[in-house]
Design a protein around this ligand. Sequence first.
Ligand SMILES: [Zn+2]
Ligand SMILES: [Zn+2]
Length: 331
Amino acid sequence: MLELRPEGLYCPAGDFHIDPSRGVDRAVITHGHSDHARWGSKAYLCSEPSEPILRARLGEDVSVQTLAWGEPIDLNGVRVSLHPAGHIVGSAMVRIEHRGEVWLVTGDYKTEADSTSGAWEPVACHTMITETTFGLPIYRWRPQAEVFGEINEWWAANRSEGRASVLSGYSLGKAQRMLAGVDPSIGPILVHGAVQAMNRACSEAGLVLPPTLSVGDATADDLRRCLVIAPPSALESPWIRRFGEASVAFASGWMAVRGRRRQRNLERGFVLSDHVDWPSLLGAVRACGAERVLTTHGFAEESARWMREAMGLDARPLHDRSGRREEAEDA
Ligand SMILES: [Zn+2]
Ligand SMILES: [Zn+2]
């Protein structure tokens, strides 16, 4: 039903691509991250909440058609619908049905619900193309409430020492999840311009976020008490210097890997991921009832082998252009 072409996943019967790497005639887009939503296609199809994000990233004049969650559309006799992926605002899994056969393309996903990303739900399918960014048994996330408890404690401790707390994460998705998860009663929250632009798009998509300041609005007192949300690239720019002796932290699933925090010269690393961990990956595959699984991103070989040997599934890696260990969410 789907085949892998140099420009990405293609459905010959329906004549559409999913998250193509270059411009095509019709692109079905799972979510707004830059490795999934690329410029240059003639027509885009995405979820309703994804539309303002796509327009913010690709330009106001792109041709976008949207679907409500679960609403089917007929593309040349192929039935296509979008289902919440729980990864970032508007993120979708794509269900494709043709002649009684059902495929599911997860895009990036996470089964633990948060208030910003829409609740993931299983979709019954015969074949599942799943991401395996963190597809190894060592990746097990703690409940996010515990992680946000730690972030709040870290911020409050820095505030009492009169230093800012810089919390870095991708400007689309992670930034909004952090904003929604921290305790705004601790102090003012400042956001980088890139985060502000994405907040605006997410608000258009219906997301309600706590009030934030931009650096220009902040008083000297704010700068000593604030939480700063900024993309990783801002840590290497002069922008960061105005916060003086700030404590700098990064929130990512990669912070689970020993040495990553030291490598980046960070004071703290918070393990907070917008992707499934190992138990949720296997749980999702079971919940969707797939007989055949194609794995992509990250630990595709390792997780496919596990699914074959321990779960008795017809599983193999989908060999594609994606990087093996890293994922560029934010270019
Ligand atoms: Zn993503
Ligand atoms: Zn991705």
